[in-house]
Design a protein around this ligand. Structure first.
Ligand code: HEM
Length: 147
């Protein structure tokens, strides 16, 4: 029984890490798309192509990965009885913030599709650092478990 639980745990962890990679890849790509998208003339054929690319990235990569990272992550926390671990609480704080960033990206994409250009390309490039920074902190918290 112990052996089965241990094997299941490792499969859950593998699934978790696989979808973390997909999610992060999508979070890095979408703001890059926005930089090119907002250089296109509103209403142009070029803009329509970027709207289509962004929708595909959201539907095929970002949304499913976000859901599966959470499902596998919560399953791991349950299976490993990690609920009381302070590192998990800290990690959840950053993961909730990263999920919020994901939501903000989706809303920014909708504004772009309406012809609005709220941020400059430079600001978008700067914001692109957010997921990398959050991922570094999250990985240290879960691997080193400093508290
Ligand atoms: C969505 C909510 C999340 C929850 C509830 C969660 C929870 C967990 C739990 C309980 C573990 C197992 C820890 C262990 O066995 O030592 C784990 C492993 C891991 N998580 Fe998450 N996680 C989440 C999101 C993330 C995110 C966003 C990242 C990276 C950006 C991430 C990266 C990792 C890594 C790299 C491991 C493997 C650590 C190791 O085996 O040493 N997780 N996660």
């Amino acid at each position: 029984m112990e052996q089965i639980l241990q094997t299941t745990y490792l499969w859950l962890k593998a699934g978790h890490i696989i979808f973390v990679i997909f999610w992060m890849a999508g979070l890095f790509m979408l703001p890059r798309y926005f930089v090119y998208h907002q250089e296109a003339e509103p209403g142009s054929a070029e803009e329509a192509r970027w709207i289509d690319r962004e929708a595909k990235l959201r539907k095929i990569i970002l949304t499913p990965s976000l859901i599966l990272v959470w499902v596998f992550g919560l399953a791991l926390a349950y299976a490993g009885s990690w609920w009381v671990a302070p590192w998990l609480h800290a990690k959840l704080l950053f993961v909730v913030a990263l999920s919020g960033y994901h939501g903000w990206l989706v809303s920014y994409g909708k504004k772009l599709a309406k012809g609005e250009r709220p941020l400059t390309g430079k600001k978008l490039r700067l914001l692109n650092e957010v997921p990398g920074l959050a991922a570094a902190i999250i990985v240290v918290l879960v691997v080193v478990k400093p508290f």
